[in-house]
Write a protein of this length. Structure first.
Length: 122
């Protein structure tokens, strides 16, 4: 990652064309991809053990949050990214969508209420 710019622009850049993208510092670059991605027809017990081991690698990663946000933004359909499995990422995305809908509904309720308060009773 680049040092923070002095012109006020964003300090963390996730541009894949950047000289040093976030994934160059990822802890998983030292491990086999098979640890983070399931082989076909993997038994459940083996999958759970492999995912737990992958999550342990992620736990010590300096770019865990950047990796997680990348996987959520894409969205990445397979593997362990940012310490989350594909199923866990689907849950996070569903929660974010639900929260965004709640915020939109709350905002929609507040807008008419504000208009009503500004009226002069007569």
């Amino acid at each position: 990652m680049r040092p923070a710019p002095t012109d006020g622009s964003a300090a963390l850049r996730l541009d894949p064309l950047e000289e040093n993208p976030w994934h160059t510092a990822a802890a998983c670059r030292r491990d086999e991809a098979g640890l983070f991605f399931a082989p076909s027809k993997e038994p459940t017990a083996a999958r759970l053990a492999r995912e737990e081991h992958a999550k342990q690698v992620c736990a010590g990663c300096p770019v865990l949050l950047s990796c997680r946000e990348h996987a959520l933004a894409q969205p990445e359909p397979y593997g362990v990214w940012g310490g989350l499995t594909a199923a866990e990422r689907r849950v996070v995305l569903a929660r974010r969508r639900r929260r965004a809908a709640e915020l939109r509904a709350e905002t929609a309720q507040l807008v008419p209420a504000r208009r009503g308060r500004n009226r002069i009773a007569g």
